[in-house]
Design a protein around this ligand. Structure first.
Ligand code: SF4
Ligand code: MSK
Length: 653
């Protein structure tokens, strides 16, 4: 494990932290040093849900105080430690679900506009996926046009947001046994908005005051994210922008080009990024850049928007969450264009140290000190040209102080569920059979989803990379999204040659199929692709009849956002053992934490865990995978050992 004082294991990041210091510019790394986390808030023991508080009910901090003494500590209204911790947890889930849900709502609105021919520049790129969705949702195909079919699909999926009764459209994608578990536990989500609103209501002062009841509603809300908002967003984005397929690209700050106009697109929703990708290739725009002395235009992604345009266009990625300010510190970025989510307010201060223009584009996300250019899907081409011209006009304003770290790595991304099926089975026998067979015969021990953010409280990228290396070494195939995927890509784990880091069994499968041992599945909303892949494994047969039977585990080692909590909880509620690093938000209540870490398994087959050491994270995940292998009766296959001569002689004694 890297020294805690080391800010990052990434050379480009370290170089730019040093440059920021030389330039007198403060970044997230300095702010994290100057602002220690509040220990009471960190453990979920602070309630500020009414004006009689904030009330603090922290854990015992000295030996004289017993657990019983702690339990006696109450908020002014009498709220217990359990209620306060569970309410805080539920609100994190609601916030995360709302972020993905609101992202998906914009996608549905754009999809509807495309269907009505009102959004020039956008189109339906994946007709096959459109027709599959139509069949699944009961939309008549016949001789109707793609536009007519798309409009019906948009209208059906739009209902998922405000539905008051019944269930979300994609719930029926889950294995039947899983659907029954949700029904029995009363957590089948109705409408995405309804579940979020109900969580906010229940956690208001003086409403739901039983921690298990609060967690139950948090569960229903999280499921409205994984099998609702996120899934709707991913599916319709694929239809409009294309379902990802493997693509070679590069990652890290070294993808910036000194002689080009560098434009960074940062945030989450791909509508703007897709259009910028198209417009930045326009010969008239490139010619305009040349009139300002630049060689060309270099569009680069940051955070999850980067994942979206990387997966579909191979556009290079500048870096992950903790590198957003550092990209500006290079002095070579003309504009950083942002939409929603994970955009640090500190960007404005950093941009002021250099010539970079911070351009906000979304009505829901204004930042004081930025330039706001409203991005309207219905006039996307014109607005995108305007944004890019604003960046080009800024090129002559560059300061002399430019330093781009010469650090970048090759990567292969674009592993959608559809692509994995095709790669495994080929065009005519596309299926998960080879994956299931290799899990059953033990070449692949299991599958892990490693996802989530960076967090300035731990060494940047270290936990992601150490954990993933440990997993693949032990023959665990790793599926990744978000900033976690970027961390391991920078470390060279997303190229086929990375199979040299994998155990013998996993390496042999990866080399046969021609894939890296670590697969990039996309952005944070694309975590639902992992659910889809896991469901396909169940449906393929031989690995049980529910998601909780599979030898799989999940982890967000460097999480920071509320979205990560929503994602983790929908994995747990879908039957997956899920580990978080850095900190655990209910640690202030032993009962709530025990419930989430142990008892919840009885209801859903999945449970949470917390671990700060990446080696121990890997051990815990592998132990869970082995437990599931044993329950499936496939643990024996793994124990096959190739005997060398010394071992044979020992046997014959
Ligand atoms: Fe304190 Fe209760 Fe108000 Fe929370 S709701 S701030 S615990 S009085
Ligand atoms: S961007 S949510 S820091 S993964 Fe999706 Fe990265 Fe986490 Fe934001």
């Amino acid at each position: 494990m890297a020294d805690k004082e080391v800010k990052s294991i990434d050379q480009a990041t370290l170089e730019m932290i040093e440059k920021a210091h030389q330039d007198g510019c403060s970044t997230v790394f300095d702010r994290a040093d100057n602002m220690k986390p509040c220990p009471i808030g960190a453990e979920g023991s602070c309630c500020k849900n009414c004006a009689m508080g904030p009330c603090r009910v922290p854990m015992a901090k000295n030996k004289e105080e017993t657990a019983e003494d702690h339990k006696k500590r109450k908020g002014v209204c009498g709220a217990t430690v359990e209620t306060i911790a569970a309410r805080n947890f539920a609100r994190m889930v609601a916030a995360g679900t709302s972020a993905h849900g609101d992202h998906a709502r914009r996608v549905v609105e754009l999809f509807h506009a495309v269907a009505e021919g009102k959004a020039p520049g956008y189109q339906i790129k994946d007709e096959q996926k459109l027709l599959q969705l139509a069949l699944e949702l009961g939309v008549k195909i016949g001789d109707r046009s793609n536009q007519e079919i798309a409009r019906d699909i948009a209208e059906i999926l739009r209902e998922d947001f405000g539905r008051q009764e019944g269930q979300l459209s994609f719930i029926k994608r889950a294995p039947l046994k899983r659907q029954e578990i949700w029904r029995q536990n009363g957590v089948t989500p109705r409408g995405i908005d309804r579940e979020v609103v109900e969580t906010m209501h229940r956690t208001h002062m003086g409403v739901d005051q039983d921690y298990q009841s609060l967690i139950k509603q948090a569960t229903r809300t999280a499921l409205a994210d994984g099998w609702g908002g996120s899934m709707v967003g991913t599916e319709l984005q694929d239809v409009m922008f294309g379902t990802p397929s493997p693509v070679l690209s590069q990652i890290n700050l070294g993808v910036l080009k000194e002689e080009d106009v560098n434009i960074i697109i940062h945030g989450h929703e791909p509508a703007l990024a897709e259009m910028l990708a198209v417009v930045s290739q326009d010969p008239s725009i490139i010619a305009y850049a040349k009139t300002k002395g630049a060689k060309g235009i270099n569009l680069v992604g940051m955070c999850c928007t980067a994942n979206e345009i990387l997966m579909r266009h191979g556009i290079p990625t500048g870096g992950n969450f903790l590198q957003q300010e550092l990209a500006i510190v290079t002095g070579a970025v003309e504009a950083m264009i942002v939409d929603v989510q994970c955009i640090m307010q500190g960007l404005t201060d950093v941009a002021q140290c250099y010539h970079t223009k911070l351009i906000t584009t979304d009505e829901r996300a204004h930042i004081t000190g930025s330039t706001f250019i409203h991005f309207d899907d219905l006039n996307a081409i014109e607005i995108s040209k305007n944004i890019i011209k604003t960046a080009i006009d800024n090129f002559p304003n560059r300061h002399k102080n430019i330093r781009i770290p010469q650090v970048k790595s090759d990567m292969v991304a674009g592993f959608s569920h559809e692509t994995i099926t095709y790669l495994l089975g080929g065009m005519f026998r596309a299926s998960y059979r080879p994956l299931n067979d290799n899990i059953i015969n033990g070449r692949i021990r299991g599958v892990a989803g490693v996802v989530g953010c960076n967090n300035a409280r731990v060494t940047h990228d270290d936990l992601h990379v150490t954990l993933v290396k440990e997993l693949i070494k032990n023959d665990v195939l790793v599926l990744q999204t978000g900033c976690s995927a970027m961390a391991t890509a920078k470390a060279g784990l997303m190229v086929p040659e990375a199979s040299k880091f994998a155990g013998e069994g996993l390496a042999s499968v990866c080399e046969t199929v021609g894939i890296p041992p670590v697969l990039h599945l996309g952005a944070c909303v694309d975590n639902c692709r992992i659910l889809t892949a896991a469901t396909a494994m169940v449906k393929e047969g031989g690995l049980g009849d529910d998601l909780s039977d599979l030898p799989v585990a999940g982890c967000a080692p460097e999480w920071m956002s509320e979205k990560a909590v929503a994602i983790g909880h929908y994995f747990v509620a879908s039957g997956v053992y899920t580990v978080f690093g850095v900190t655990w938000p209910t640690v202030g209540s032993k009962e709530v934490t025990d419930y989430l870490f142990k008892d919840i398994e009885n209801s859903y087959g999945g449970m949470w865990d917390f671990e700060m050491d990446p080696y121990k994270m890997a051990q815990k995940m592998i132990a869970h995978i082995d437990k599931k292998r044993k329950a499936l009766g496939i643990d024996k296959a793994r124990e096959r050992v190739l005997y060398d001569m010394a071992m044979r002689r020992d046997l014959e004694k």
